[in-house]
Design a protein around this ligand. Structure first.
Ligand code: GDP
Length: 315
């Protein structure tokens, strides 16, 4: 039986990944922080190990004890906004701890396969659109800088013989995404307006452009990367960019509200010190080498989130 260790089980990707691995008969172990002893969407069949990924020595003992076949490192401080407030914490968790985990996995033995959840934020404000694996790594915020360190370290360990892939994940969403992200903030807000529980929505930069995909598709890419014979860096994205304004427009339309612009305001207090304005990815390499393709496009993703928030608000 294949044994997998998943870090970051408390996030949307961790929960979808655990469901996917369990469904195919993989034994799933997960590292959880003390304060999330039973993560919200974590299936009960997952064996939980309490610990902090950033406690490098304890994590190494766990990895060596478990000797997993596959390690998925999804644990991270996932908010770019928070990374401005706590750059040291973000560098420890998203950077240093990931690098230590790679070394721990290497010590397990030659059979181990590692998938690192990297991020489009490593590209910062890129000169080219869409971005590919060849785009210069030039982060603009502490989150991107820490993720870049982990990303580059995957390549270093791969050159040393470790089966390790870094997936440069573009924004990917689901109803399990917390509302601190703009997508769920919008769809939860739209549902509240449609149901008479709110009268407006305050956002930050409406012109930021993102490539928004469907989280379970991105989890599928992670499993494919672990199972391929050719570990590598892979951009995982839909290839289509939309602005925050586009997202809001489609979300209101999905809730039956055509005349929406007066319901949204932009507060400069919510804009970021530096914000990538055009992150759109070219996943050709993943399509060719991993046979990966997204199953849902932008409008489907928005519709799924709005439907879930309308259903939740109606109960
Ligand atoms: P990120 O791309 O991982 O930082 O994901 P987010 O969903 O947090 O942000 C996506 C984009 O939406 C960024 O460019 C934000 O600046 C922009 N944005 C605009 N208004 C808001 C808002 O009210 N909340 C958040 N979180 N982001 C916003």
């Amino acid at each position: 039986m294949t044994r997998a260790l998943v870090t970051g089980i408390g996030g949307q990707d961790g929960s979808y990944l655990a469901e996917r691995l369990l469904a195919e008969g993989t034994e799933v172990h997960a590292l959880v922080l003390h304060d999330e002893a039973q993560p919200p969407y974590c299936p009960p069949e997952v064996t939980l190990h309490v610990g902090d990924l950033a406690d490098v020595a304890a994590t190494r003992r766990l990895v060596l004890d478990l000797a997993p076949d596959e390690v998925y490192n999804l644990a991270a401080i996932s908010s770019v906004a928070q990374s401005w407030a706590e750059p040291d914490l973000v560098s420890r968790v998203n950077g240093h701890a990931a690098v230590a985990l790679l070394e721990s996995a290497r010590q397990v033995g030659e059979h181990v396969r590692v998938v690192q959840a990297s991020s489009a934020e490593i590209f910062g404000e890129p000169d080219q659109m869409p971005q590919s694996e060849q785009t210069p790594v030039r982060p603009l915020n502490p989150y991107g800088a820490a993720k870049a360190y982990a990303h580059l370290s995957v390549a270093v360990q791969r050159q040393r013989g470790l089966h390790a892939s870094s997936l440069i994940l573009y924004n990917h969403e689901s109803p399990r995404r917390p509302t601190r992200f703009v997508t769920r903030k919008i769809t939860a807000g739209v549902a509240a307006i449609a149901q008479g529980r709110a009268s407006g929505l305050v956002l930050g930069n409406l012109d930021a452009r993102r490539d928004w995909g469907w989280a379970p598709d991105y989890v599928d890419a992670m499993v494919r990367a672990a199972r391929t014979e050719a570990p590598d860096d892979y951009v995982i994205a839909t290839g289509v960019g939309h602005t925050v304004r586009d997202f809001a427009q489609v979300a209101f339309r999905c809730a039956g509200i055509a005349d929406w612009e007066h319901l949204v305001s932009s507060d400069s207090g919510l804009t970021r010190p530096a914000d990538a304005t055009a992150l759109v990815g070219d996943a050709s390499h993943a399509r060719e080498a991993l046979g990966w393709a997204p199953t849902l496009g932008f409008e489907d993703v928005v519709a799924a989130l709005v439907a879930a928030d309308l259903a939740a608000g109606a109960t």
